[in-house]
Design a protein around this ligand. Structure first.
Ligand SMILES: [Zn+2]
Length: 583
């Protein structure tokens, strides 16, 4: 049965390979990857490796590799469909079949229900029932145009307002349940949002993905739509649909919907918020696609400060610079901007320092200089500065401290480097490999490349294609029929090309079940080679040329991929050739 690619993609999105593997073996983190003792062969040192970036695994001991589906197949001894069923059930996905509705159909229904619900909430806000809510929003300083722009609405009190309105518009009950708009109780169906201000959450395609609701009376201050196949708290961000179009190259990350809205109302259209959760690495990566820098403007209370620290760490890990403006005197950006205006807010941002400045000022508060003439502060400060990857930046801070404390700059640099080594040791399992370091360590000089055989060159090229699918479109046309001679590589190339051309390629999962086990093992091994992270167009062209040259030179026989019988025959025929040549 051919499953729709959209379903397979969602299955992979929801079943993180690290999570699945770690429920079977104990994973240890090494930078960007994880290692474990291989569950498929017996070993004493961990050579089984999981790569979150490509959502693949590979064992350097027994040569087995694949995606999350392959892992479950091998682990549970399942066939492909059984593994798909297992993973679908785990995350509550419906496997599309011929007579049932498929997942993308279901998604469209959720979007449709959400859109209708958003309209209902918006018109409720402007009805008699919404008077209290309108008063509340006005008191918070929201202009009518802002309310309209964000589609803010009101969910009336009472148990079935939305439910009944939606049924009368022809929606069926089932949709209301799986879109998270209504629940099923002992007394029958009920609305999830009651007597709340409603903030629709729009995704990047402009669809209403879910809702946030702020309490107007009792109950939790904020509730959100529960996770559905179109709404994921760890992924969606509030107002990103607007902020990504901002002319600013930075984004302002705040805690709440009201902060976002009041900043936008004042012309700061690059403000966004997470949906009531701490920022996730996934969200950080999404933000980094649309901006060069993040301004962390969380609440000024204890919870906001600890959220700031966590966010600094998350963004530092992906190499994204952060700044932290000083908003002391107000409890959050909303209050600040009401009291001092947007211009002062912008000035605070422009004056704000990097995450290092922010951490240094906290260290200063914690270690009063009067007590020990700065020794404790210097120790903490040098540890903070050592977190910078840039030598120039470390030197600037060292220079500042040197002047302030009248200590030789070299002494401070030594303290910084020592703190850095300590940190490295302590976090050696947490070190993020930087592409540049890897380039240094694994730079492939052309003389080394020249020694690559044709199979190795083909493997490198297919890995580059796999990791950068745009290259397939770019170079695919100029590759002649049967360009790849390795049977595994050409197998992978055919599937990869199909998937890229149809626009459904999303990584390793789009090939699983379509290429042979051996091809999968080969691919997962090749893409784990670190020098692939940094490549240039010349590398691609080099491999193409190299393969052509070798193809012309050799009567290509792929010894590496032969099984023992084929190899015996091959050697036999070579011997015969030599004999014939001698005669
Ligand atoms: Zn193994």
């Amino acid at each position: 049965m051919a499953l729709p690619q959209g379903f397979i993609e969602e299955l992979h999105e929801k079943n993180d390979i690290v999570e699945i593997v770690s429920s079977h073996v104990e994973l240890k983190r090494f930078g960007r990857l994880y290692r474990a003792l291989c569950p498929f062969h017996s070993e004493k040192t961990a050579s089984f490796t999981v790569y979150p970036d490509t959502q693949s695994f590979y064992c350097f001991g027994c040569g087995v590799g694949g995606d999350v589906i392959t892992f479950v197949m091998k682990q549970e001894n399942f066939d492909y469909m059984a593994a798909v069923r297992f993973l679908s059930e785990r995350v509550g996905l419906l496997i599309p079949d011929d007579d049932g509705e498929d997942e993308s159909h279901r998604r469209r229904k959720i979007y449709d229900a959400n859109k209708k619900a958003a309209r209902f909430f918006y018109s409720s806000l402007n009805s008699d029932e919404g008077r209290g809510a309108r008063g509340y929003l006005r008191k918070r300083g929201l202009a009518d145009s802002t309310i309209k722009r964000f589609g803010i609405g009101y969910a009336p009190s009472g148990w079935r307002n939305l439910y009944e309105a939606m049924l009368s518009q022809g929606l069926n009950e089932e949709v209301l349940f799986y879109s998270g708009l209504c629940g099923k109780g002992k007394k029958g169906p009920y609305d999830i949002f009651r007597n709340r201000i409603i903030f629709p959450i729009i995704d990047l395609s402009g669809n209403v993905a879910g809702f946030g609701g702020r309490s107007m009376g009792e109950g939790a201050k904020y509730i959100n739509t529960s996770e559905t196949s179109v709404f994921r708290k760890r992924r969606n961000l509030y107002a990103l649909n607007i902020a990504r179009k901002s002319s600013e190259r930075s984004m302002i990350l705040v805690e709440g919907y009201m902060d976002v809205i009041s900043l936008h109302q004042e012309g700061l259209d690059n403000a966004i918020a997470t949906l009531g959760t701490a920022i996730t690495p996934e969200q950080a990566r999404i933000i980094s696609k649309y901006s060069d820098e993040v301004v962390l403007a969380y609440d000024t209370d204890g919870a906001g400060k600890s959220a700031t620290n966590k966010a600094i760490a998350v963004f530092r890990k992906i190499g994204m610079p952060t700044r932290i403006p000083d908003l002391s005197g107000s409890k959050d950006p909303d209050e600040f901007i009401k009291e001092y205006g947007a211009e002062s807010f912008k000035i605070r941002i422009s004056k704000s320092g990097s995450s290092i400045d922010y951490e240094l000022s906290k260290a200063r508060e914690n270690n009063p200089v009067e007590l020990d003439s700065g020794v404790a502060f210097l120790r903490e400060a040098t540890a903070i500065i050592s977190s910078s990857d840039l030598k120039a930046e470390r030197e600037i801070y060292a220079g500042k401290l040197s002047e302030e404390f009248n200590v030789d700059k070299n002494t401070i640099m030594t303290m910084i480097e020592r703190a850095g080594r300590k940190r490295y040791k302590r976090n050696s399992e947490e070190v993020v490999f930087k592409a540049s370091d890897i380039k240094k360590r694994f730079d492939f000089s052309s003389s080394m490349k020249m020694q690559l055989g044709s199979v190795a060159s083909e493997q490198r090229l297919i890995s580059l294609f796999f990791l950068n699918p745009d290259l397939v479109k770019e170079y695919g046309k100029e590759l002649e029929e049967n360009f790849f001679k390795s049977k595994y590589v050409s197998e992978i190339y055919e599937e990869l090309k199909k998937s890229v051309e149809s626009g459904s390629f999303f990584g390793i999962g789009s090939l699983s079940g379509k290429i042979s086990e051996d091809a999968m093992n080969m691919l997962t091994k090749s893409i784990s080679e670190p020098e692939l992270i940094n490549f240039s167009r010349e590398d691609v062209e080099f491999y193409i040329e190299r393969i052509r040259t070798l193809n012309n030179k050799l009567d290509f026989t792929d010894v590496i991929e032969m099984d023992s019988n084929e190899l015996r025959d091959h050697l036999e025929s070579k011997r015969n050739e030599v004999k014939e040549g001698n005669e």
